[in-house]
Design a protein around this ligand. Structure first.
Ligand code: ARG
Length: 592
């Protein structure tokens, strides 16, 4: 149990002994650190329900508290807050417990349910660009947070590979190369052999074709009609189109693997909309038969409106009037598949905030259809946009969309400049310097993103993100690397960590108090689906450490017990930072 949980138990007992609900004993971190370490506001809440004065309740509760080993003092402040100062020795014990625990005493959940994190979500045939950054970075972090807490997590990229864009690309390719076998309806694989193994297009070709054909479809009704037909034919299993689809898919995925790999983003499964294609026809049939879905002007829809809706809630479109399937159809079938085949208990969809309505419709439909029960959590984890310094969505200097690969190049170069400027890692071999620049660049990029609340838009400011000062990824990496070097120096001097002693220096105590909050911070980040909670705390740990290190001259300390205790504290700090950065998807260089 964390210190905070132990205090909550003790206060809960005291409230109970006073005849009140133990829930009132909840202890939180003090808002006035100069007065107390923790506080309990329960007396104020209890006063309303039991009709006693809050101060009087607080006094009675305080009298009941008997935990001399844990609590140094408990005092009543203001209208009835209970202010708790923990005993120094218990603080040291809590840090020592972290030292001896592989998980730094963070408890795993008792009931490890399956959480599917749906993130990344690139469409097939498109090179990854800056617009994919947030989904990838936030999703990866959430997946790591839930995984660390003991959930069975499955990160699914959910590629957009089964909708209209594929039909459009088929049409565009046909117009460019009408003689390809894929377009010949008479082509018989039994006679002429299977379709060519080599893709007729590269991902670059597809990326170039895509905007051309979307524009054409907007302007030329018969092209749009052909694209719709091609989509329908593909979805109904036309051989040549399926073969073509496979090529589009494979060339896209090959490059997406490289791009996500370069970001250190790893998916457990590379499913896509197409993964459920066999389910679509029977699903629509069943939903119509059971009355969940109905026909409307030739299309099939599911009504998802509820009586208390405040905003308009249009029905979910399940098939177009030509019978083709949509984004909504595959998302609905995917929920059925995830619950049925993957035992999903919670689905977290890390997708641009602008898709909120879509997910609301899909989730409602999934419940109406019985694919997800009331116990199944389905949540859209939205996020805002990445803007340029001009406040508009981030673009290259030429006004184009920046490719993810180029973005990584950009931040790596930025990191290299900063390293030069700060004369960090100057004398290391070129290869190591490159590796460090890459790690620092990614840290700048990811922390720059994750330190914001996910729903806010933020300005992509490479200068600021890659600085070694302030609330940045590179600062945190540098702090961790510095700690490693302190430990190395100590080791070289023959010093080793030893029993943790009660703190004697203010900055040492502050650092300890910070560290023992780790468990609450990670659970809070998970509850809020907010990696920013981890980012903020990591920064606080690093700054508290640097103040401690400034005041406590570890390597020259004469009291060897004190010195050994400090080294243990240093070690716990490093492991904590290491864990926190890992939860953000950020690596720490061995040295820099
Ligand atoms: N491919 C979609 C897009 O580009 C995002 C997919 C998100 N995930 C989902 N299950 N719908 O907008």
């Amino acid at each position: 149990m964390s210190l905070q949980q132990q205090l909550t138990e003790i206060l809960g007992d005291a409230f109970e002994a006073e005849g009140m609900d133990r829930e009132f004993g909840e202890v939180v971190v003090s808002q006035r650190p100069e007065l107390a370490d923790y506080q309990c506001n329960g007396a104020l809440a209890a006063a309303k329900s039991v009709g006693r004065q809050p101060r009087e309740i607080a006094e009675a509760v305080a009298r009941r508290v008997e935990a001399p080993k844990l609590i140094e003092s408990i005092e009543i402040a203001g209208p009835g807050f209970l202010n708790v100062v923990v005993a120094d020795a218990s603080l040291a014990r809590a840090v020592a417990a972290m030292e001896h625990s592989e998980r730094l005493t963070v408890e795993s959940v008792d009931d490890p349910r399956t959480v599917v994190v749906d993130y990344g979500g690139p469409n097939m045939s498109k090179a990854l660009h800056v617009g994919h950054l947030r989904a990838a970075v936030i999703g990866e972090s959430l997946k790591r947070i839930f995984r660390f807490l003991g959930y069975n997590t499955i990160g699914d990229i959910h590629i957009g590979d089964w909708g209209m864009p594929v039909g459009q690309l088929i049409v565009e390719l046909q117009d460019r190369e009408p003689d390809l076998a894929y377009f010949d309806p008479e082509y018989d694989t039994a006679v002429s052999g299977s379709y060519p193994a080599e893709s007729p297009v590269t991902l670059d070709d597809l990326s170039e074709m895509y905007p051309v054909i979307t524009k054409r479809c907007a302007e030329e009704p018969d092209t749009a009609e052909r694209a719709r037909q091609a989509t329908f034919d593909l979805q109904n299993g036309r051989d040549g189109y399926l073969a073509l689809w496979r090529h589009f898919h494979d060339v896209s995925v090959a490059e997406q693997r490289v791009d996500f790999g370069a970001l250190d983003v790893e998916f457990d499964v590379w499913y896509g909309e197409s993964t459920v294609h066999d389910r679509l026809a029977p699903m629509v049939r069943d939903l119509l038969a059971s009355g969940v879905a109905r026909e409307s002007d030739g299309a099939v829809i599911i009504d998802v409106e509820q009586p208390d809706d405040k905003k308009e809630m249009p029905p979910l479109l399940l098939t177009r009037s030509d019978g083709s399937y949509l984004y909504s159809t595959t998302d609905l079938a995917t929920i059925d598949m995830r619950v049925g085949d993957m035992d999903m208990n919670a689905g977290l969809y890390v997708v641009d905030a602008r898709q909120a309505l879509h997910f609301e419709q899909v989730f409602r439909a999934a419940r109406t259809a019985g694919y997800a029960s009331d116990e199944t959590i389905l949540e859209h984890i939205g996020f805002g946009t990445v803007n340029g310094t001009d406040g508009k969505p981030f673009k290259t200097r030429e006004g184009g969309v920046l490719r993810l690969g180029d973005l990584i190049g950009l931040v790596t170069d930025g990191a290299r400049e900063r390293l030069d400027e700060a004369r960090i890692a100057e004398e290391y071999p070129a290869e190591e310097r490159d590796a460090i620049a890459r790690q620092v660049g990614l840290a700048a990029l990811k922390f720059g993103d994750l330190s914001n609340h996910r729903m806010s838009n933020y300005v992509f400011d490479l200068e600021r993100f890659s600085s070694f000062e302030g609330k940045t990824g590179p600062y945190l990496q540098y702090s961790a690397v510095r700690i490693k070097s302190i430990l190395r120096k100590a080791d070289d001097a023959g010093l080793s960590p030893g029993a943790l002693l009660a703190p004697t220096v203010h900055q040492e105590r502050v650092l300890m108090l910070r560290l023992v909050r780790l468990q609450e911070v990670i659970y809070r980040a998970a509850d809020l689906r907010g990696p920013n909670v981890i980012a903020e705390y990591a920064f606080e740990v690093a700054t508290d450490f640097s103040r401690f290190y400034e005041h406590c001259h570890i390597l020259s300390e004469e009291d060897s017990n004190r010195q050994a205790s400090w080294l243990s504290l240093v070690e716990v700090t490093l492991r904590t930072l290491d864990l926190l950065l890992d939860l953000l998807g950020i690596e720490i260089p061995e040295r820099m």
